[in-house]
Write a protein that binds this ligand. Structure first.
Ligand SMILES: [Mn+2]
Length: 476
């Protein structure tokens, strides 16, 4: 999620572009009749069949080389390790626009409007896409699947209409929502934040929006619900009562937990850490900061974390670090599978194609015993310059293949056991009677001082980092 706000902004820009140009760029001559008042007929992705596994030697860009959904790795089907999900906002609302330029993508089914009719057409395109890609889940924000309204009532009515269609399409296709969320950052009312706004009326409006988004996610059999606080933070501490804002945020989360229980929604509530962008400093900075927040306010048992790899690197960590921090705190709930650019300092939301990074990610996921009821959501977008419809498929295919290679490599490392043995040996001095006493909290400083004197200068072994790197590389 996140930089997607820019897209909506661009949507407005796009509308202006149409007004200026005076003709639709989304309706090429051969498609006239599809983009006018009559509804879209036929396929959205003609000529693209269901994507199949063809193996590593295949040269077909519209095939999986490494992801083989039904193949078992470490006793579990690949599709069950990943539970891949398509992010509606990037795939169906991403226009290629950036802060410096107008949209570059003109999908044939788009008519350049944010109408209800267009929202429904887009939803049907989404289901054809996930069916052909062979993915079982999708994720959404309330405002990217349906147009906002002049009033909350109107926005909710718009949402209901699109959600009714999504429910029908889900029943036909057996697809489900991995998670839903409320978009609490685009509208100007949220400029000071939503749950952390200085304005009481905004806090109430945000609560009403989350209430509705929880209901809708529940109705669509969502397995999780995400909170991403893009504007929950501050631009300056000079004008901010940080303690009061954090208290408000905790009250907001408490109310969400209560409402979830009230409506019988059993999905996991997830918080998605991010250090900044758009806000200078966001309160859910990273996994450790968020875990501390949850503990302080007694919410630790009610939430898990949605770790996004690009957010991990923005906070100065690796994705692997954030996953491990979440995992060892019992908080690993979902992964937003994407990556940043090592030479760019912002949230580029690219498809993750680094096989070594994917391997480290899967080492964490395997140690976690899997990711369900979470999954791998492709919170990733095409580059601005990638403008063909088939690029949407190619991007998801390489994203899925990269994670599949990561899983295969991680399984190789685990089955081989050499890396685990290196780590075990490193700590073997604690695999002793006194080590056990220390780990059980039964060794006080008087006792340890006695031992230190008795033993004299301790022997210190090599960390074998380069050997560990050699072992990792042997599996890639
Ligand atoms: Mn991101």
């Amino acid at each position: 999620m996140k930089a997607w706000g820019i897209f909506l902004l661009l949507l407005c820009l796009q509308a202006i572009t149409y007004a200026v140009i005076g003709e639709s760029q989304t309706c090429p001559a051969e498609n006239v009749g599809k983009c006018d008042d009559s509804d879209w007929e036929g396929e959205f992705f003609p000529g693209i069949n269901k994507i199949k596994y063809e193996g590593p030697s295949s040269k077909n860009p519209l095939s999986f080389k490494w992801y083989n959904a039904e193949e078992e790795i470490l006793g579990k089907k690949m599709k069950d390790w990943f539970r891949f999900s398509v992010a509606f906002w990037h795939t169906f609302r991403g226009t290629g626009a950036d802060p410096f330029g107008a949209p570059t993508k003109y999908w044939p089914w788009e008519d350049g409007t944010n109408s209800l009719k267009m929202a429904k057409r887009r939803m049907r395109a989404n289901f054809e896409f996930i069916n052909k890609l062979g993915v079982d889940w999708w994720c959404f924000h309330d405002r990217d699947i349906a147009p906002d309204g002049e009033t909350l009532e109107e926005a909710n009515a718009n949402l209901d209409e699109v959600v009714a269609l999504a429910k029908e399409l889900q029943m036909q296709s057996k697809k489900k929502v991995l998670w839903g969320t409320a978009q609490l950052f685009m509208h100007p009312r949220y400029m000071h934040g939503a749950a952390t706004s200085s304005e009481l009326g905004v806090y109430a409006y945000a609560a009403a929006q989350v209430k509705k988004a929880l209901e809708v996610t529940h109705y669509l059999e969502g397995e999780n619900y995400v909170f991403w606080g893009g504007r929950e933070g501050y631009q300056s501490l000079l004008n901010t009562d940080m303690e009061r804002e954090l208290n408000h945020l905790a009250r907001f989360f408490e109310a969400a937990v209560a409402y979830k229980k009230k409506i019988g929604f059993n999905g996991t509530l997830l918080i998605e850490p991010k250090p900044q962008e758009p806000t200078k400093h966001q309160y859910d900075w990273d996994a450790a900061t968020t875990a501390n927040f949850l503990r302080k306010y007694g919410l630790i048992g009610e939430f898990k974390l949605n770790i996004e790899c690009n957010h991990a690197t923005l906070s100065g960590h690796s994705c692997h670090h954030e996953l491990e921090t979440a995992r060892i705190n019992g908080l690993l709930g979902n992964i937003d599978a994407n990556t940043g650019d090592p030479q760019v300092g912002w949230d580029t939301d690219q498809f993750l194609v680094d096989i070594q990074e994917a391997t480290m990610i899967m080492l964490s996921v395997i140690k976690n015993g899997g990711i369900a009821p979470g999954g791998f959501n492709f919170d990733a977008k095409l580059r601005r310059e990638s403008t063909d419809v088939d690029d949407l498929f190619i991007a998801h295919i390489i994203g899925m293949d990269t994670m599949a290679r990561g899983l295969r490599n991680a399984a190789t490392l685990i089955e081989d056991g050499t890396l685990a043995e290196l780590v075990r040996k490193r700590y073997q001095s604690f695999d002793t009677e006194i080590g056990a006493q220390i780990e059980a909290g039964k060794a006080d400083f008087d006792f340890l001082e006695k031992k230190a004197k008795e033993w004299g200068e301790p022997k210190v072994a090599s960390a074998k980092q380069e050997l560990a790197e050699m072992i990792l590389q042997s599996a890639l």
